[in-house]
Write a protein that binds this ligand. Structure first.
Ligand code: GUN
Length: 298
C-alpha cells in the first residue's frame, strides 16, 4: 500500500506555527499581490491566498492592473509598494503577459520584501545556504517531507524540470538537506532510466501525466508539482477518472500518471490536495518572516 502525503494537513501545521508569531508583532504583517490580467489559474491561487491571509490576520492588498499594463507601469506599482512601511512582502503573480519584461519587474521588488524568493539576491542566499525568503513551492515540499519524516540525507533525489520557480530552487534545497541531486529536463538523455534511480522524484516538468510507470522506482517517494485541467473524456478515462469526468466535465491531474503513481510509488502527493496548499503556506511564512525582520529592525 502506498502512502498518500496530504498537503492540507501540512498546511494546517505550518499556519498554526505562524499564528503565535503574528500575535507577537506590533502590527499586522502586510502582503501585497500584483495580479496582472485575468489568468484563471492565477485567480484561483490569489483567491485562496486572500482567504488564508484573513484567517491568519495578515493585512493583504491585491493590485489588479489590466492585461495591457506596460513594464513601466508595473515598475511604478512595485516601486510604490517598496516604499510603503505597511507592506512587508510583495508577490508579483506569474506568468506576466508576454509584452512585459518579467525579469525587470521581478528584480524591482526589494530583496527584503521578496515574498517569493525570486530576487537574485535571495537566490544567491539560497545557493550560499543562508537564511532568506525561499521560493514557496519547493520550500513547501521540504516542509512536507519533514512533516512525514521522509528521509532526504543520502537519498538520490531526481528533480524533473529546471524552472526558476520550482526545479532549480528545489534542487538547491534538497542539496542543502544532504540529498544527492540530479536535475532532469527536456534535453536530458534517458529520462526514464535516470528517474528510475530516484529514491525521491520531484516531477515539475509541466506536462499532464507525462511521468509513467517506467520513470518510477517501486517504493520511491514521488512529489507531483504539476496541475493540469483535462477536458477530453477519452484522456480522462485513460487516466482512470472517467466517473469524475462524467460528473464534473473536467478532471485535474499532475505531471505524473495517477494510476501508475498510486500503484508504483511508496509515498506520493495527490493532485489536487498535495503540493498546492503548501505554496500558499510558505508564502505566508515568508511574509511573516519579512515582517519580523522589518519590525525588529525598526
Ligand atoms: N505562479 C505559479 N507559481 C507561482 C509562485 O510560487 N509565485 C508567483 N509569484 N507566481 C507563481
Amino acid at each position: 500500500m502506498s502512502r498518500i502525503l496530504h498537503g492540507l494537513a501540512v498546511q494546517a501545521e505550518i499556519l498554526s506555527r505562524l499564528k503565535p508569531r503574528i500575535q507577537k508583532l506590533s502590527r499586522r504583517p502586510g502582503l501585497a499581490v500584483v495580479l496582472v490580467g485575468h489568468n484563471p489559474a492565477s485567480e484561483i491561487y490569489v483567491r485562496s491566498k486572500i482567504r488564508v491571509c484573513a484567517e491568519l490576520g495578515i493585512f493583504d492588498e491585491t493590485i489588479r492592473p489590466p492585461e495591457t499594463a506596460t513594464t513601466e507601469e508595473l515598475l511604478a506599482i512595485v516601486d510604490g509598494l517598496n516604499r510603503r512601511p505597511d507592506i512587508d512582502a510583495i508577490m508579483v503573480q506569474m506568468p506576466l503577459p508576454k509584452h512585459v519584461d518579467t525579469r525587470r519587474v521581478l528584480e524591482a521588488v526589494a530583496a527584503d520584501k521578496d515574498a517569493d524568493g525570486f530576487h537574485p539576491t535571495n537566490v544567491g542566499y539560497l545557493v550560499a545556504g543562508r537564511r532568506a525568503p525561499r521560493a514557496c513551492t519547493p520550500a513547501g515540499i521540504i516542509e512536507l517531507l519533514k512533516h512525514y519524516k521522509l528521509p532526504m540525507a543520502g537519498q538520490h533525489a531526481v528533480v524533473l524540470g529546471r524552472s526558476d520557480i520550482v526545479g532549480k530552487p528545489m534542487a538547491l534545497m534538497l542539496l542543502q538537506e544532504n540529498a544527492t541531486v540530479t536535475i532532469g529536463h527536456s534535453r536530458s538523455k534517458n529520462l526514464p532510466e535516470m528517474c528510475r534511480q530516484a529514491d525521491l522524484l520531484v516531477a515539475a516538468i509541466g506536462r499532464a501525466a507525462f511521468v509513467t510507470e517506467e520513470y518510477i522506482k517501486p517504493g520511491a517517494t514521488v512529489i507531483d508539482v504539476g496541475i493540469h485541467r483535462v477536458t477530453d473524456a477519452g484522456q480522462a478515462a485513460r487516466l482512470g477518472r472517467a466517473d469524475e469526468f462524467a460528473s464534473q466535465g473536467k478532471i485535474v491531474v499532475g505531471d505524473v500518471h495517477p494510476l501508475d503513481l498510486a500503484r508504483v510509488a511508496g509515498a506520493y502527493t495527490p493532485v489536487p490536495g498535495g503540493v498546492g496548499p503548501l505554496t500558499i503556506a510558505m508564502l505566508m511564512a515568508n511574509a511573516v518572516e519579512l515582517a519580523e525582520r522589518h519590525l525588529c529592525s525598526a
